[in-house]
Ligand binder design. Structure first.
Ligand code: UGA
Length: 436
């Protein structure tokens, strides 16, 4: 089956390459010529473990191609996936301009039956709007079906998530369109992936409710962590014991500097906005958002209290990306924390295994001294702040770090070290929620 994937960002490129691996012929389309030129020469525009191999393999076997020619792609495909950006418009609403542009293009190009599948996260009602917008401009005897197929992959483990999803959600009013989509995903039946077949609005809502619930778990445990510090409890043991209750589950109960990335901040804001706009406020989600913002401030206060003052101190930062295994720094806690430390007069030395170039795009390289590894960051710094739990930060030679630091203090904001062990080395460990 021939498919078109419009948009070669995270979701588009991973899904396009993944579907090609499932045996489909996939034409990935992007209007950015330079991006397509790079993809044609095997260059992946962002860091995602395993993606380069997946793309290369499927380009070689002829099932994955890249083009800027949407007309040709649409002509050849029965199914057209939309995976364009749906960023926040700055007011907590979703900017749908790219989706609307694609819908406009499709209504000009479609000249026989197609199934249009929405992979981007879009507000409830968008898919129905797309169906009507495209259908309105088509010739009388042509029909189009729309399917909402939200994506649940995580950056950093996107390939695994695409190949072994917890579930596939397909929303449509049309059984024929659903049957075509089930056929596309038939490889997943072999591994007994549950499929949820539903209507457009339910599928759209499932995505927001899922992301908001995960974000809720994070803000919840962050508040509990802050409380643990006041009462002398250890949040790790609290989270572990909570997670052993199967009704709660152990995942997403890891405290830290708050959630970031291109999804949770944007999706919780859009979900809260939807609640407000429909007169059905989502007060829990609203609190999740404010707790997350406050958590970043709390981390800055933690550093300030721990050091006495920040002015003229050299602070070493480990981890700039919003999570490990990605170069993505969008809404990363590191942005707010580093900005605030700089404003308070600190000198910053920083290292991240993949995120330095993206961070430089925002801060430039004048204010921050970017280093080649964790040890260069530690050399002469008055404190080390761990902001992202990259694997290479989990097993540092702490003895060496202690000698390199001008003051043996570590703000372990992802709780990757055992405070008892660091204490043996004479290293002051300040974590999150480790009051015990
Ligand atoms: C998230 C969802 O997990 C995916 O299912 C979804 O498809 C994706 O958004 C999306 O909407 O596209 P992602 O943003 O890549 O994926 O990353 P997560 O692993 O969910 O982490 C999000 C943030 O929460 C990170 O900043 C992470 O450090 C933080 N987090 C996560 C915690 O602070 N504690 C935890 O226990 C878990």
């Amino acid at each position: 089956m021939n498919l078109t994937m419009i948009g070669t960002g995270y979701v588009g490129l991973v899904s396009g390459a993944g579907l090609a691996d499932f045996g489909m012929n996939v034409i990935c389309v992007d209007k950015e010529e330079q991006r397509i030129r790079k993809l044609l020469t095997g260059h992946i525009p962002f860091y995602e473990p395993g993606l380069e191999e997946l793309v290369t393999r499927n380009v070689k076997n002829g099932r994955l191609t890249f083009t800027t020619d949407l007309r040709m792609a649409v002509k050849r495909s029965l199914v057209i996936f939309i995976a364009v950006g749906t960023p926040d418009n700055g007011r907590g609403e979703t900017d749908l301009s790219q989706v609307k542009e694609v819908a406009g293009d499709l209504s000009q190009l479609i000249d026989d039956y197609k199934v249009v599948v929405m992979k981007s996260t879009v507000p409830v009602g968008t898919n129905r709007w797309i169906k009507e917008a495209i259908q309105k401009s088509l010739r009388k005897n042509i029909s189009v079906d729309v399917v909402s197929n939200p994506e649940f992959l995580r950056e950093g483990s996107a390939i695994e998530d695409f190949m072994r999803p917890n579930r596939v959600v397909l929303g449509s009013d049309n059984v024929n369109a659903l049957a075509i989509l089930k056929d596309i995903y038939r490889s997943l039946y072999l591994i007994e992936t549950p499929f949820v077949l539903t209507n457009l609005e339910t599928a759209e809502l499932i995505k927001y409710a899922s992301n908001a619930f995960l974000a809720t778990k994070i803000s919840f445990i962050n508040e509990v962590a802050n409380l643990c510090e006041k009462v002398g409890a250890d949040v790790h043991q609290v989270a572990k014991a909570m997670g052993l209750d199967k009704r709660i589950g152990p995942k997403f109960l890891h405290p830290g500097p708050g959630f970031g990335g291109s999804c949770f901040p944007k999706d919780t804001a859009a979900f809260a906005h939807l609640g407000e706009a429909t007169g059905s406020p989502l007060r829990i989600v609203e609190s999740v958002i404010s707790v997350n913002t406050e958590q970043r401030t709390k981390m800055i206060e933690k550093i300030e209290t721990g050091l006495g003052s920040i002015a003229e101190k050299t602070i070493g930062v480990l981890g700039l990306s919003f999570k490990p295994n990605t170069d993505d720094v969008r809404e990363s806690p590191a942005l707010d924390i580093v900005r605030s430390l700089l404003e308070k007069g600190a000198e910053i030395k920083a290292y991240d295994p993949a995120g330095i170039e993206e961070f430089k795009r925002i801060f430039g390289d004048q204010k921050i001294c970017y280093c080649r590894d964790a040890y260069s960051v530690a050399k002469g710094a008055h404190a080390l702040v761990i902001l992202t739990e990259w694997n290479e930060f989990r097993n540092l030679d702490l003895q060496k770090i202690t000698t390199l630091l001008a003051q043996p203090v570590i703000f372990d904001l992802r709780n990757i070290y055992d405070p008892a062990k660091t204490a043996e080395l004479g290293l002051t460990h300040i974590g999150v929620g480790r009051g015990a």
